[in-house]
Write a protein that binds this ligand. Structure first.
Ligand code: C2E
Ligand code: CA
Ligand code: CA
Length: 583
């Protein structure tokens, strides 16, 4: 793409490029003249600059006319107030701030507030000026497209498409809110877990579409049994749940449960046939049956199971005596600490494949917890708690050490040498000993740093930017490869990405998931790849589950992939087989 061509809006034509219209609000005349000169050099018909000294006049112009980019002197920028005034006049216009190197801190705050970029006029030349304009417009468009697809995604993420009821995620969110409210106001919350009796027979005898109709009909009745302010949701299959917030106690829950059972006495009309279906209901109440959402859900589920076992079509309250002793939550800080001491943490590895050669170039180390009672627990279930308690620092060090040891062992045993990539949490990145820790592990395991990669998320990369840049530079100078993980779901500005010594961008799985159905996601991925390549950064797509996704990614120029399509995260033994075949 030509440097000055506007980024294409998906589905529109770019046959007649119009000039880029810039509104320049700058009270330093010398600097304004310099920018105008850059624009003139680029060609009058390509860039059209309107200049004013005053912000008030700039805002009026924004309201009256259409511009592609707003360039604003940092000296006229007064924080979020200025930003909202700009958004009021022209929502969605990319904002680039102008200043000097010394203004960087103020600029970072502005970028975190929503500005697109910051141009340091003491280091600017015509080429970089034009480059930045183009990126700001492109980036703004990516954000805009992402916002739209996120709205749809949000609906799909929180609602069940069949019954239109909230799904388990929204149920979970509402439950957490209700518990917080009850805590503050000394009230109770009840959860009703409802499972239809004999739904499988309906599905088997009348077919799946009849089963779907029955679920829809039941969902409607369920809504009729509760107040509008309460949440009924579909958990999946024939399981439903209800949260009753702000109640006084068990009695209120019993009334609703009885109402649901009564509503089951009348047949549902499904494809001209009458269909009677009962339900089993388990109930748990906050705070007596548990003080957090997970325990309450588990206890309501247990009670429901027992109600069904006992003949069904009844409700049952959870009481600790219905099972012998409720097991403690595994992700409790105390338990994670024990897991670390008892060496219950282990590593799985997931290959990253070079799309050009089809070979494994790297293995991502992903931690698992082999719990004596619960079996393998995934990191999503304990990493957040470990982050909160700070235990992620020793866990991270353990993972790093184990990953390097393993990689070194493979190399010594004659396996083709690949890089091992380890995830770093924000907490580790902030920890002042990180560099020392990495050096120590490399020295002790005698692994060549060129075979180590570190993955950090977008948001932790921009946190305390100067220190992070410095730290990452030191790591990179040792030969360690730095990747930005989950790219696209956080926010980072191009000017900061440019400063980070990053070699790989990993596009978040959420963009890859809908790629074959959603052309907007393809447009986003295309733009991310173009942007990364122009900065000399390679791109890995995460969460690739199908050959179709792989073909599209290859056609977009993506460099590498990781995902179930090639391999899930697997144990070290299984990796050995893959290394022989794909290196
Ligand atoms: P991540 O760093 O983004 O790791 C990739 C996650 O995506 C892995 O989940 C992997 O199993 C999953 N994945 C890979 N390909 C596919 C696919 O094709 N489809 C789907 N649906 N999923 C795929 P996992 O192993 O459960 O790890 C989850 C997250 O936990 C990781 O996300 C990472 O943020 C964190 N984590 C794992 N190990 C560590 C660690 O040692 N330290 C830190 N700080 N975080 C870790
Ligand atoms: Ca990762
Ligand atoms: Ca990731």
């Amino acid at each position: 793409m030509d440097l000055l061509t506007r980024p294409a809006v998906p589905g529109t034509s770019t046959a007649e490029p119009k000039p880029i219209r810039i509104l320049l609000v700058e009270n330093n005349h010398e600097e304004a003249l310099m920018l105008r000169a850059f624009a003139v050099d680029a060609g009058e018909d390509l860039i059209d600059v309107e200049w004013t000294d005053y912000l008030t006049e700039g805002l009026e112009l924004l309201n009256a006319d259409e511009f592609d980019v707003l360039l604003l002197s940092l000296s006229l920028y007064e924080g979020s107030e200025t930003l909202s005034k700009i958004r009021e006049q022209a929502d969605g216009i990319p904002l680039i701030l102008l200043g000097r190197q010394k203004d960087e801190f103020k600029a970072l705050q502005a970028i975190q507030g929503g500005a697109q970029d910051f141009l340091q006029l003491d280091h600017l030349d015509g080429f970089n000026f034009i480059h930045s304009l183009r990126y700001a417009m492109e980036r703004q468009q990516i954000m805009h497209t992402m916002e739209r697809s996120r709205t749809i995604e949000r609906y799909l993420a929180y609602y069940d498409t069949l019954t239109k009821l909230p799904n388990r995620h929204l149920f979970h969110d509402r439950l957490i809110q209700s518990i917080a409210y009850a805590r503050r106001n000394d009230t109770c919350v009840a959860i009703l877990f409802i499972d239809l009796d004999g739904f499988k027979q309906v599905n088997d005898n009348m077919g799946h579409s009849a089963g779907d109709l029955l679920l829809m009909s039941f969902a409607d009745r369920l809504k009729g049994c509760i107040r509008e302010s309460e949440t009924a949701s579909r958990f999946g299959g024939d399981e439903f749940s209800v949260v009753l917030s702000d109640i006084e106690g068990e009695h209120d829950a019993a009334v609703v449960a009885q109402r649901i059972l009564e509503s089951c006495k009348y047949p549902h009309m499904i494809a001209d046939q009458e269909c009677l279906i009962g339900s089993s209901i388990g109930i748990s109440v906050f705070p007596s049956d548990g003080t957090n959402a997970e325990i309450l859900i588990r206890n309501a589920d247990t009670a429901m199971y027992l109600a069904k076992q006992d003949g069904g079509h009844q409700y049952l309250f959870y009481t600790p005596s219905i099972i012998n002793g409720v097991p403690e939550e595994p992700a409790h800080e105390k338990n994670i600490r024990k897991a670390l001491e008892n060496e219950e943490l282990l590593l799985y590895f997931q290959p990253q494949l070079d799309l050009r050669t089809g070979k494994i170039i790297s293995l991502e180390a992903l931690v698992r917890w082999r719990h004596p009672n619960y079996g393998i627990i995934s990191p999503d279930q304990f990493i957040p708690a470990a982050e909160k308690s700070g235990l992620i620092v020793p866990i991270g060090e353990y993972v790093l050490r184990r990953a390097c040891e393993q990689n070194k062992k493979w190399q010594e045993r004659g396996f083709p040498a690949v890089r091992i990539a380890v995830n770093l949490s924000m907490r580790q990145l902030k920890h002042r000993n990180l560099l020392m820790q990495v050096n120590e592990v490399l020295a002790q395991t005698e692994m060549d740093p060129h075979f180590l990669g570190l993955e950090i998320t977008e948001n932790s990369a921009i946190h305390r930017c100067d220190e992070t840049v410095h730290l990452l530079e030191s790591l990179k100078n040792r030969g360690i490869q730095i990747s930005i993980d989950d790219f696209g779901i956080g926010y980072s500005s191009l000017s900061y990405l440019k400063r980070l010594p990053v070699q790989i961008l990993k596009i978040d799985r959420s963009f890859v998931v809908n790629m074959t159905r959603d052309s907007e996601d393809v447009a986003i991925i295309r733009a991310i790849i173009a942007m990364a390549h122009s900065l000399g950064i390679r791109v890995t797509a995460e969460g690739v589950e199908s050959g179709e996704q792989l073909t599209i990614l290859r056609s977009l120029g993506c460099d590498a992939i990781q995902g179930y399509h090639f391999s899930r995260p697997v144990s070290a033994d299984i990796i050995e087989g893959l290394l022989h075949r794909f290196c």
